[in-house]
Structures are given as structure tokens and as C-alpha cells.
Design a protein around this ligand. Structure first.
Ligand SMILES: [Fe+2]
Length: 513
């Protein structure tokens, strides 16, 4: 007798089998709050997952405890010259004041981590940013989840709460937790205590939008950043903060439509923006019918625009282009009059749907492509792919910001469907790559962050730091790579007693000598 078994899904799971969610209490609570049809839809998604993919979902469980301890469990050897603090930011819990689970990846309360590294030792500390939302004083309507109570509870409540969850950067001796829809929170760099919201003497006015992706000029020490404003018409309000920490409005650039703009890049002569047609359908949001995240739609028929803002005050250029969906730019540079900028791009808008239902999201049909765009003085745009593997979170050596760099470091995805299980160094000169893929099922990496060797001048004279989620033990670990040889694997890991939920961005602050 021949038994016909169901065909395995692309990820190796048998369709229709009930997934074991016993290790995922937050996910179970979330599913229990959904309407029946949506719950079944999401359970059907989970039934496609392989065992490793189900294990990987532990990184989306919340971490409610704040820790402060020396990490004793270290494998390998932390280099003595590696001295400073890796700061990371990301959602720590996805719930409102009443404990109600939230839908959207971007809706988690910002939780900062600090790995303080000195003399081969590591100290770990994490603290939630004491936002008004965390303290329970604001925000019942979130980016991806309406407030309970239907239209009366949601109508007119347009701006979601400032969660301070996206990036953490140090400039002019001050540490800031960033969230693009509002002003930054200043944080004590040693204790991670929240010092308060900062508006820089009123320069961040009204909503105070301030992107989570500033660019730093290694030549001048300036930090450039921007906010998206809609009144009286859509525009980018760009800020320059000098090396002493004084922030001033620098310039404003019109936007072609009300769009989400997440990142910018810097060359020695220009600020570079790539506007993707992620366009908000305003009426259902204002009327309280849909949360902001569900009303954000990819509208490719509206096209994209590159906006080039000269740093010397010259005229701003807007170069139209076929639609590109991108959140993250990598580096940019000037090349004989051309502006060159690299970006992580997506083919269509499915990523937005996955972000708004992140707990069961898979990305195997949402591949990204790392692209290079060359913009000529006449406004022609040449587009070339840099890598053909799904990737995100590109970083490079900080000293090469705004200049041509050779190596891009990024997360890549080889086996998992939802998370990035690899760290890759891509050689932009010849396209070769050096990749380390975690051998353990369900493990994933967050963004690789550069830590330059003091006194080093070569681009690879550095370490790359990241955090790996260890699925089997539901813990996380700091991972240190030699930037010159990623494929060789970690040179050291510092193993935490607990996990850190999936994060967004971070930075390394070298210890001052
Ligand atoms: Fe980002």
C-alpha cells in the first residue's frame, strides 16, 4: 500500500499540523485576543512554520525584568583593546497599560540594553525608557492597534504614543533614545535612567518629529537628522547639531506626498533622502476606523523621489524614480559629480502587512535586495543590485560615513523564514561575501554594530558586535566578530541569563581615554 503524505511547505512543516506554542506565552495571549477569523488565519500561518521557525519566535516574547550584573559566562576571549559600551534599543514588551497585547512590531515600549566592555569583561544592564506611555500616562491608541471602545475612543486621536524604541545614539557626550514620531529622550549613559524628553530650546516644535536615523559627519563632528512634518504641507524638517550639542533647524525640503521617511544618508556635499510611496490613507485614521499602521499603504503608482539637499545651502533637487520600498539606507558618497547611495529595498508592500502582524510574520515571500543608486547631475538614476540574498540592517565603519567604503556589514537570512540567522560582510568592490550562519536552529542575530580599534585606520581594523537570540535556552548573548573575518565565526560570546527581545538599532561608544 502506498501512503500519500501531504507535501511539506517550503519551510519544511507539514501543513495543517497544530503548532506547539507552549514556549510562547505572549503569543498565546495575543492569539486569544483576536477575533476568531483572524486567529484562525494566524494559526494557519504558524502551521507553515518549521520547528526551527517556531523556536525562533521566542525572540518576540516580552522581557519585563530589568537586570544589572557582570556577565560571568564568557566563551572565547574579549579583546583587551575592545573598550566601551554597546548600546541597543528595541521593543521590550508589546502591550498597553492594561496588559492588552499589541499588533504592530513598532508598538513595543523602548527597552535599552548596555553591554559595558572593559579589560575582557562585560557588564550588562537593561532599562525601559520612562516614556509617558511606559508610565501609563498616555496612549491607548497605538500605531497598529486601536483603543478599545470603537470609534468614539479613537476618533481624532491621530498621533501614537512616543515609545522611544528605535535607536540609541551618543553625541556631544549625551545619550538619546530615538523614535521618529516625536522628540528624543535623553538617557544617562552610565545608569540608563531616563533624564527626560528633549526639545532643544524649542527647536523641535509641535509634534517634534525627529528621525531615529541621524547621520554623523566624521569630518565636522556634526549630527544631521530630520523629522517628517505635514503642516502646512508635507516636508522634511532637517536639523544640524554641532559638535558641542547645539541643535538648529538647518533646512526644509518639500515631500511629494504624506509619506513615512525612515532614514537618510550623508555625503561630503549632500544629505540624501529616498522617499518611498508608503502613503497614509488619512480619513479612516482620523475617523478612528483604522489604526495608523493598517492605513499605511504602499502605492507604487505614486513613484519614489530621491531628494538631494546640498550641505552648503545650494538648491535642493528632487529626482523622480520608479517606486522603491525602502526603510534603510546604507552609506552614500560623492563620485565625480554623481551622488551614490545604497539601500535595502523590497519588491512590493507585503512587508508593511507583516510588520503590522509581526508575531506570526514570515518573510520568505518578502525578499529584500541590497541596491546601489547612482544619481547623475542631469538627474539620471542608475540602479544596480549589490547582493542577491535577503538582508537588512546595513552598517559600515563610522569613519567612512559619507565617503566611499568597501565593506558593508549586514544581517542576512539563509534558513529561517522570519529572522536573520546570519551576519555578512559584503565586499562592494568585487561582490564577494564573508558570512557566518548560526548553526543552532531558531537562533537569530540583530543588527551588526561597528567598534573600531583605537588608532586603527583600515576599514577592517575593527570588531563587529551583535546580539544573538539562543532559541533552545530562550537566552541572548553578545557576539564579537573580527571585522576582517566574519566567516570564521565569533571570537567571543558573553552569555546572558535571559533573553533580549528582537531589537532595532544601536551604537558603540568607545571608552574615552
Ligand atoms: Fe530603522
Amino acid at each position: 500500500m502506498v501512503t500519500h503524505l501531504p507535501s511539506p511547505s517550503p519551510s519544511g512543516a507539514v501543513p495543517g499540523s497544530a503548532p506547539d506554542l507552549s514556549r510562547l506565552p505572549d503569543l498565546q495571549r495575543y492569539l486569544a485576543t483576536l477575533p476568531v477569523d483572524e486567529r484562525e488565519e494566524q494559526r494557519a500561518r504558524l502551521a507553515r512554520f518549521s520547528e526551527a521557525d517556531l523556536l525562533s519566535l521566542g525572540v518576540s516574547e516580552g522581557q519585563l525584568t530589568e537586570y544589572d550584573y557582570r556577565v560571568d559566562d564568557i566563551d572565547g576571549r574579549i579583546p583587551d583593546e575592545l573598550a566601551g559600551t554597546l548600546y541597543r534599543n528595541g521593543p521590550g514588551r508589546w502591550q498597553d497599560h492594561a496588559g492588552r497585547p499589541l499588533h504592530h512590531l513598532f508598538d513595543g515600549d523602548g527597552m535599552l540594553s548596555a553591554f559595558s566592555i572593559a579589560d575582557g569583561t562585560v557588564h550588562y544592564r537593561n532599562r525601559y525608557v520612562r516614556t509617558r506611555h511606559y508610565l501609563g500616562r498616555t496612549g491607548i491608541r497605538h500605531l497598529g492597534t486601536n483603543a478599545p471602545g470603537g470609534i468614539p475612543a479613537n476618533i481624532g486621536r491621530f498621533v501614537p504614543p512616543n515609545l522611544a524604541n528605535t535607536n540609541v545614539v551618543k553625541h556631544a557626550g549625551r545619550l538619546y533614545a530615538l523614535w521618529e514620531g516625536g522628540p528624543p529622550h535623553e538617557i544617562d549613559p552610565d545608569t540608563l535612567e531616563t533624564k527626560g524628553l528633549r526639545r532643544f530650546n524649542g527647536e523641535l516644535r509641535w509634534v517634534g518629529s525627529y528621525s531615529a536615523h541621524p547621520s554623523f559627519c566624521p569630518r565636522t563632528g556634526d549630527m544631521y537628522n530630520f523629522g517628517v512634518e505635514f503642516i502646512p504641507r508635507p516636508h522634511l524638517r532637517i536639523y544640524r547639531t554641532d559638535r558641542t550639542g547645539r541643535l538648529k533647524h538647518f533646512r526644509s525640503a518639500p515631500l511629494p506626498y504624506i509619506a513615512m521617511v525612515h532614514d537618510c544618508a550623508l555625503t561630503e556635499t549632500h544629505l540624501v533622502f529616498l522617499v518611498s510611496p508608503m502613503i497614509l490613507d488619512i480619513p479612516p485614521v482620523v475617523l478612528g476606523l483604522k489604526p495608523f499602521g493598517d492605513a499605511l499603504r504602499y502605492r507604487p503608482e505614486r513613484g519614489s523621489v530621491f531628494i538631494l539637499v546640498p550641505r552648503d545651502g545650494g538648491p535642493i533637487r528632487a529626482i523622480e524614480h520608479d517606486a522603491i520600498l525602502a526603510f534603510h539606507l546604507s552609506n552614500a558618497h560623492d563620485d565625480r559629480g554623481d551622488v551614490v547611495v545604497d539601500a535595502i529595498t523590497y519588491r512590493d508592500g507585503r512587508l508593511l502587512d507583516r510588520l503590522s502582524r509581526f508575531r506570526t510574520a514570515y518573510l520568505d515571500d518578502v525578499p529584500s535586495v541590497f541596491m546601489r543608486y547612482r544619481i547623475t547631475p542631469s538627474g539620471r538614476v542608475q540602479a544596480d543590485p549589490l547582493a542577491d540574498v535577503p538582508c537588512e540592517f546595513p552598517r559600515h565603519h563610522d569613519a567612512f560615513e559619507g565617503r566611499a567604503h568597501r565593506y558593508a556589514y549586514l544581517n542576512t537570512r539563509r534558513r529561517l523564514t522570519s529572522f536573520y540567522d546570519s551576519v555578512t560582510r559584503l565586499d562592494l568592490h568585487n561582490g564577494s561575501e564573508s558570512t557566518y550562519t548560526t548553526p543552532e536552529p531558531g537562533n537569530s542575530f540583530c543588527e551588526p554594530v561597528f567598534a573600531a580599534r583605537a588608532g586603527g585606520s583600515a576599514e577592517t581594523d575593527s570588531w563587529v558586535l551583535t546580539v544573538e537570540y539562543v532559541a533552545r535556552s530562550h537566552t541572548s548573548r553578545l557576539v564579537v566578530f573580527d571585522a576582517a573575518d566574519i566567516a570564521a565565526g565569533p571570537i567571543a560570546t558573553a552569555n546572558l541569563r535571559h533573553h533580549i527581545p528582537q531589537g532595532f538599532h544601536g551604537s558603540f561608544a568607545a571608552r574615552s581615554r
